[in-house]
Design a protein. Structure first.
Length: 264
């Protein structure tokens, strides 16, 4: 039997590039200059966006400013202090990660709480994770569940993974439902979240919350590669190495039928 070589999904990569084209229609430097002008006129959203550009250095590869966390914080910290929900969330993230400031989970918790109270959905995800981990506050799995469910229902992909893990854990999640966990892992994986792809594949491989299905465990990675163009050879071979001889016979038949493999 010839050694299988998993083909990268070149056509999917071209599709991704084509889909990304509309977002690049506006020249990034033009947007940067527009934001500067609007920020000078006191537009708080523009000030925030400009602060993020500096804080993350997102324009550097387009000829814009290099990453400057201090400058970014100077721009969006006053907004956070004035109650701008998105700025509160961003500043909270800085304190949670210790990025540009000293790590301080309690301050992150306070800022996430303030932003979530205003309905900022991403703050609900990050706040929910703090409640799970007991960072900056006492663990509260019921509160974490409520926050993460709200964020997942609003299509926050990271929240889908955190929620799935609560459903899987009988000691932490208020609702132990491994089958429901599969639903949220699948939703997140279909949004191309790598962690969800890995955990969904593992669930199929080991029969966690779903009937054991080694073909599905592999197909998760094949479909992810098709959607993104990101080669998954290592992940696929890792799954294959855990299969029995009987599993391999079934997998080889499906792989040939669905054209997963190419001969050397």
């Amino acid at each position: 039997m010839t050694k299988p070589v998993f083909r990268p999904a070149f056509s999917a990569a071209l599709l991704v590039l084509g889909m990304a084209a509309p977002a690049a229609a506006q020249d990034p430097l033009d947007r940067y200059e527009r934001l500067k002008s609007e920020a000078e006129r006191g537009d708080t959203d523009a000030i925030y966006d400009l602060g993020v550009i500096y804080y993350l250095g997102t324009m550097a590869r387009h000829g814009g400013p290099e990453r400057d966390e201090e400058r970014g914080l100077e721009l969006f910290r006053p907004l956070a202090e004035a109650g701008h929900a998105q700025a509160q969330w961003r500043l909270g993230w800085a304190y949670e990660m210790g990025s540009g400031v000293e790590r301080d989970a309690e301050t992150a918790y306070r800022l996430y709480t303030e932003a979530a109270a205003q309905g900022f959905i991403h703050a609900k995800q990050t706040l929910g994770k703090l409640y799970i981990d007991g960072r900056g506050t006492e663990p509260d799995y019921d509160r974490a569940y409520d926050l993460l469910r709200a964020a997942a229902d609003a299509d926050v992909v990271r929240a889908m993974i955190d929620l799935a893990r609560l459903y899987q854990d009988p000691d932490r999640g208020p609702v132990h439902d491994p089958e429901r966990a599969i639903h949220w892992l699948r939703m997140s994986a279909e949004n191309n979240q790598p962690t969800a792809v890995r955990e969904l594949s593992n669930a199929y491989l080991n029969g966690i919350g779903v009937e054991r299905d080694p073909v599905a465990a592999l197909r998760v990675y094949v479909e992810y590669e098709d959607r993104t163009g990101r080669e998954q050879t290592t992940a696929l071979l890792r799954v294959l190495s855990q299969l029995s001889a009987e599993d391999r016979i079934i997998v080889d038949q499906v792989a040939e039928a669905e054209n997963w493999l190419a001969d050397d």
